[in-house]
Design a protein. Sequence first.
Length: 114
Amino acid sequence: MSRLVTLLRGLNVGKTNRIKMDALKAVMHRLGARDVVTCIQSGNAVFDADFDPRDFDAALEAALAAEGLRATSFTRPADDVIAITEGYPFEVDDLRAEIAKSVSKFSASPSVSC
């Protein structure tokens, strides 16, 4: 089993496209995720699984769509997510800057053509 992290984009923003975290956990469990832990109402989750994270993204997006929800899923091994945050390339001068730290994610490599 691997420890994985899923970041869902587009859920629980505004008054539409909302899901309770217990319901999200149930959907993820049906797809084979184990020991799912969510972070507040963010749609972010950490869990154990023995499948390819990218296959899980497509399955989770489809399962949420079947519930009438639109979201983009980004699932990676927890170690990869930790490495991303530890490799943050900018200096952090104070606590306020630490809180404002952000990381962008892409589902595919960006195109270099205009």
